[in-house]
Design a protein around this ligand. Sequence first.
Ligand code: MOS
Length: 737
Amino acid sequence: MEFKAPIPDTPLDHRRNPVLGKPIDRVDGRLKVTGRATYAAEYAGQGKVAYGYVLPSAIAKGRIAAIDTAAAERAPGVLAVLTYKNASPPQGQGKRSPDGPIAAKKAVPQLADPRIDHYGQPVALVVAETFEQARSASRLIQPVYDRTPPASELKPHLAQAIKPEEREPDSAVGDVDAAFAAAPVKLDVTYTTPPQSQAMMEPHATIAAWEGDKLTLHTSHQMISHGIGSVAATLNMRKENVRMVSRFVGGGFGGKLDVWPDCILAALASRKLGGRPVKVVLARPQMFEMTGHRPQTLQRLKLGAERDGRLTAIAHDTWCDNNPNETFYETAAMATRSLYAAPNRRTSHRLVHLDIPVGCSMRAPGEAVGLLALECAMDELAEKLDLDPIELRVRNEPKEDPEKHVPYSTRQLIPCMREGARRIGWERRKARPGDVRDGRWQVGLGMAAATRNVILQPSSCRITLNPDGTATARMAMTDIGTGTYTIMTQVAADMLGLPIDKVSVLMGDTDFPHAAGSGGSFGANSAGSALYAACEVLREKLAQAAGVDPAQARLEDGRLVAGNVSKTLVQLAAGQPVEAAAEFKPGDLTEQYAQQSYGAHFVEAAVDMDTGEIRVRRMVSVVTAGRILNEKTARSQCLGGMTMGLGAALTEELVMDPRFTSYVNHDLAEYHVPVNADVADLEVIFLPELDDKASPLKSKGLGELGICGVGAAVANAVYNACGVRIRDYPLTLDKVM
Ligand code: MOS
């Protein structure tokens, strides 16, 4: 099915007593809390598993001049040592597929040659009977390197910035420089955001095994239908011969969109051992440099306004860094193209190639860091104009998308801001910083708008009505902790008129029909739409079996009903499984409409007058994202996003040693994500919305919206508390003082 809007009333709009939207518990919750949900490294596999331990490069750039593996090979239990000298077969080049924004079919060769492109790049894999033997033997390898001094820091290398080739890096409307020069009120500020780590709970891990020319990978991956393409491109094989299984994924946050060394190294090692399963788990400190991180950004914002607050000019110029092999960049100014009205506007993205570890997507790539700058700048401008920050945004509410000149599918930014203001008690806010005291704490309120691009991806699904009247859906979708198993079960139950305990949804296996996977907040909407379409095909098949007009046939209470015909699904199956499949394709609606989800974040922060310590006391987020598919899992997504936004504001920062381009804080003790003590009172409100331009489910993406803008709301609250404007994230106490 190709998606065209508007979608008429659907079974989902008319279900009596719908389960979709209800805050039901996760269908896989019991498996998870009892330890019976099997994660990548936990599969027993067929045959005895051997263990691979990765030796990372200790230099940033250069070549391996010599690598002697003899001692390691003689060590107890060692089965093989792989280096560039013996890792075979020849692998594909690290080229990105042209078809799609995400590194779908990119080859990610490992141990392919002696060149070192970044610190932490694998230089050897030791395979042994036990993990301890492999790790111990890896210590016996002391590569000799020819070092090249690395280019490691962004600011000194800005002049080398290139214009990226992907995803329209620039936009321009009107004459922004002239309008800015002529504006009676001007703001010209530069913000920086640090490199960050996805820091998901479950490390990257793979068990690989070959049977003939067929490769099975139990791995931890967000987009397995794409992942097999990447593995196939790397190992020069057909993707039909690669099977990826990721039934449960312990978090991803973008860090598992791509195929990383664990996967390829395990496959190479298993082949070397004649197909014996090989398990490679990255140690936590290895993950930070061997896999990806969110790149740092430098962002310059120029806002020009009339005295009444109407923007006449918006310019958002951004820079980020990445390894020379990579084309990914932070699309930090994309949201600026759509968020506020102004007749003259410019956005630009520039990429500086440095000899650093690989930068990649992290939750809401683009918006998450872009709004850290834009939404602070709006706060700064509001103060210059002596306007309430909400009022400034209201006065710049666009009637249509100001760059694409198309209508918004839905846009409830103003209602979100109004409701958030009411909930947090915005009327308590004093415009002048430092005016509210609570003992030695200065207390302030801040807000920021949230927006995130809505994306749909092709996805497919097969559903089976079983002879006993239950249904089983299959798709190569993943659940990365977001609740996908649960909401897919809810969609199928309402579409088929069955209770949820009669529906099972099987995912996380590329033996099932290809699916969008979990990324870009498109997972639930895309895979859910495929499931929706498959259920419609099943309904039509059952109507035909019942001899009635499919257009009149409804599925409810375990029956097919049409006019005066009413048959149970068991009767219609007649002892045989009934299969239906559908492929869902997004249409051109993203060109006809500006599709964004919206929200508003409100924060109450306290700053210690003596130490500069910041405590966030309260956060309120009001969110609109079309139909909410499960109020509990959706709320959890927002709580997680808010917590991650709090981290971006106050604690998260990868700190690089520029000599080695290693991250000195590469573990969870030193890379500070917020802990329970940092997170006080969080409140999430969903405003009702259906978006029939966004998907057949009338829902929009949600998983990333919750982080977008949060950090700016914190920074604005800190400013309102103590009058210190920090433009260099994170807001650590040394910068407050
Ligand atoms: Mo998301 S950063 O596309 O997992």
